[in-house]
Write a protein that binds this ligand. Structure first.
Ligand code: PMT
Length: 403
């Protein structure tokens, strides 16, 4: 999703400088062009050759290098960039930028730039907590710099605390957010994702193959586009997206309770979760012992969550998914009307590259007029964008009809 984007990565002199190599790789993998500026002290921790090899570009370390072509690096890098990221950002570099000091290539380039800039502080926890550093961070925020929260955990000095450089994937997510137009600002979007698990004894349960990828993609893209996102998720192996609120549930009944609690505060509800329609009627206290007899399992209905909230949805936009293996459009249309949805996203598990587990999906969006729009195979992130485009359109139409 960063394909064609030009990122200038500033690396300052902290032990986490080695992690900037991983970040460079991740950005290149996402399709970005990366140019790296290193401070003099960053060179004490990691070699420019590492970044040159990973980025495929020369690495900028010095203001005053004579070049064959007249080119003021700090100006040309500021013009080249779509966005800047400083990772790791030391207390020193944060202080210099906040004070308007430009005494090396990185600080002068930042001073010459009007591009969106993400700053990722990484340092010892006491340094980070120092009121001077905090004042400088707040000053940078005031001037529009985006400051990423540092991670908590074991630091290089072996203490536990805040000050770790977040993982490369989390920084890439923040860069995506920085570069995405905020056309869903003001919307409060509730997304459900993943499977539910319905236990019948302490070690066994019924579930399905949902990985959570479709719902998590929706949560990520909605946040990137400026919405305040609440994610209600069943058990998955995925890293949690950085939403305003994440509620982790196990069973359909827990998901029902969580949706009821949060849906009133939402303007949009998207139900991508694969909810179990049935649960075992009895939950054994102890592990059920096997014998040679067949094992009948009595099931009872779970609440149909989306149908329940459909009854009192008010002016909210309600979007469901239809997961089908046959008669995709007919079954999806039936669910759309029965559950009082604004539109439904149909996907056929029998199609290669659609449905459970894959990073791609093949979706058809059907609205209440009966119109169906089918999309080719695309990544779940791209599919999420298409769904959110439709939501934006539905919000606009509802807004108009209220006037
Ligand atoms: O998680 P992934 O591996 O990425 O896979 C994505 C997906 C296939 C799970 C997703 O794209 C999808 O289709 N999700 C909906 C799955 C589903 O439960 O479909 P359904 O046709 O059974 O249900 C219709 C709608 O009613 C859904 O929005 C569902 O969330 C909702 N529902 C269903 C049952 C129930 N008890 N309560 C509900 O709210």
């Amino acid at each position: 999703m960063l394909s064609g984007k030009k990122i200038v990565l500033g690396v300052a002199g902290g032990i986490a400088a080695y992690k900037a190599a991983e970040l460079t790789r991740a950005l290149i993998k996402e399709g970005a062009q990366v140019k790296v500026i290193m401070t003099k002290s960053a060179g004490e921790f990691i070699s420019p050759l590492t970044f040159q090899t990973l980025s495929g570009n020369m690495v900028y370390t010095d203001m005053f290098v004579p070049t064959a072509k007249y080119d003021m690096a700090h100006i040309s890098l500021a013009e080249f960039a779509d966005a800047f990221v400083i990772a790791p950002a030391t207390g020193n570099i944060i202080g210099k930028i906040a004070a308007g000091i430009g005494d090396d290539l990185l600080t002068t380039t930042i001073m010459a730039s009007d591009k969106p800039t993400l700053i990722c502080p990484a340092m010892n926890d006491k340094m980070l907590a120092n009121p001077l550093v905090q004042d400088n961070i707040n000053r940078l925020k005031k001037y529009g710099y985006v400051i990423m929260d540092s991670g908590y955990g074991e630091l290089a000095c072996k203490t536990q605390g805040a000050g770790r450089l977040p993982d490369a994937s989390a920084i890439v997510e923040e860069i995506e957010t920085l570069l995405t137009p905020k056309d869903l600002t003001g919307q409060k979007i509730l997304v459900t994702a993943g499977p539910t698990e319905e236990p019948f004894d302490p070690v066994r349960f019924i579930t399905n193959s949902s990985s959570g990828k479709m719902g998590y993609a929706l949560a990520r893209v909605a946040r990137r586009r400026g919405a305040e996102v609440t994610l209600i998720t069943g058990p998955t192996d995925l890293p949690l997206p950085p939403c305003k609120k994440v509620v982790q549930i196990r069973t359909a009944q827990e998901m029902y309770a969580a949706v009821l609690e949060h849906f009133k505060k939402s303007t949009v509800v998207i139900k991508a979760a694969a909810v179990a329609d049935y649960r075992p009627a009895v939950l054994a206290k102890e592990k059920i012992k096997k014998n040679n007899q067949p094992f009948p399992l009595m099931l009872e209905r779970n609440p149909d969550i989306i149908a329940q909230i459909g009854k009192s949805k008010g002016n909210r936009i309600l979007v469901g998914f239809a997961m089908e293996t046959e008669n995709l459009l007919a079954n999806a249309r039936e669910k759309l009307h029965k559950k009082k949805l604004d539109f439904i996203v149909a996907n056929n598990l029998r199609e290669d590259g659609a449905g459970f587990q894959t990073d791609t999906n093949i979706i058809t969006i059907i609205d209440t007029s009966g119109k169906a729009e089918s999309f080719p195979k695309m990544t779940k992130i791209e599919a999420a964008d298409k769904i959110l485009d439709r939501i934006k359109e539905a919000i606009r139409r509802k807004g108009k009809s209220k006037k």
